[in-house]
Design a binder for this molecule. Structure first.
Ligand SMILES: Nc1ncnc2c1ncn2[C@@H]1O[C@H](COP(=O)(O)OP(=O)(O)O)[C@@H](O)[C@H]1O
Ligand SMILES: [Mg+2]
Length: 219
């Protein structure tokens, strides 16, 4: 379970302080599917990054399965992320020097999963998103939809329970976007917690709950 209590985030650069989150309190149950909506600059990505342990709040409390994330050291934060969280980034964030197979395998290597089990998990994940035949290709050699499927397979293979997606269909045409949403639906049915940022009402409609953010506040 994710519990945020009065989370604030202020980005500090040389001369400017930018408040991005202004007191977010939120509970997200395991296995739920949440969409985060709001205009550009409202704080959606910042919220996702904090939930994803990529960044720490300036103030407030964040408990993930009763672990106090706001008090965690950087290395503890990294460890929590590795064990519990998968990201599906807009623009896919795949590494082009690696094959599709290797991209999906990478988080498992980081987790020290043995080679034989890695291979099994990767092939299962690629199969379940329908791109097993593309395993030995580089991301640049497959379509945008297949790249996004690869990003989802990577999240799937890691066996982490929380999946965070920032505009998961933002770079896709309507048909491919719908296919990707159907795959996310499958992950939800498997019991994963999904939190996704989207501008698109049709995409948000897949979620069980929609959270709207304005100026760093839930409205
Ligand atoms: N790394 C950063 N450094 C400084 N300001 C940032 C940074 N990231 C985001 N911001 C600012 O924080 C606010 C919220 O940004 P963001 O969370 O990216 O919004 P959204 O994802 O809803 O478009 C914006 O005003 C943005 O300019
Ligand atoms: Mg954003």
């Amino acid at each position: 379970m994710i519990q945020l209590k009065d989370i604030t985030k202020v980005y500090k650069t040389k001369n400017v302080e930018t408040p991005a989150l202004n007191g977010i309190s939120l509970e997200i149950e395991d296995g739920s599917w949440v969409a985060v909506m709001g205009t550009s600059g409202s704080g959606k990505s910042t919220l996702l990054n904090i939930i994803g342990c990529m960044d720490k709040p300036t103030a407030g409390e964040y408990y993930l399965d009763d672990e106090a994330v706001h008090e965690a050291s950087d290395s503890a934060l990294h460890d929590i992320r590795k064990r519990k969280i998968s990201f599906i980034f807009q623009g896919f964030a795949l590494m082009n020097q690696y094959t599709i197979f290797e991209n999906v395998e990478l988080p498992l290597k980081i987790k020290n999963v043995p080679a034989k089990k890695r291979k099994k998990l990767v092939l299962e994940a690629l199969d379940s998103v329908g791109i097993k035949e593309q395993a030995s290709k580089k991301p640049s050699e497959v379509s945008g939809g297949q790249q996004q499927r690869c990003a989802i397979a990577r999240a799937l293979a890691s066996e982490n329970n929380i999946i965070l997606a920032d505009e998961p269909t933002g770079a896709l045409d309507a048909k491919t976007g719908k296919e990707v949403m159907e795959i996310l639906k499958g992950l939800h049915e498997m019991g994963k917690t999904i939190i996704m940022v989207t501008h698109d009402k049709n995409i948000a409609a897949y979620a069980e709950r929609i959270i709207c953010i304005e100026d760093g506040r839930i409205v």
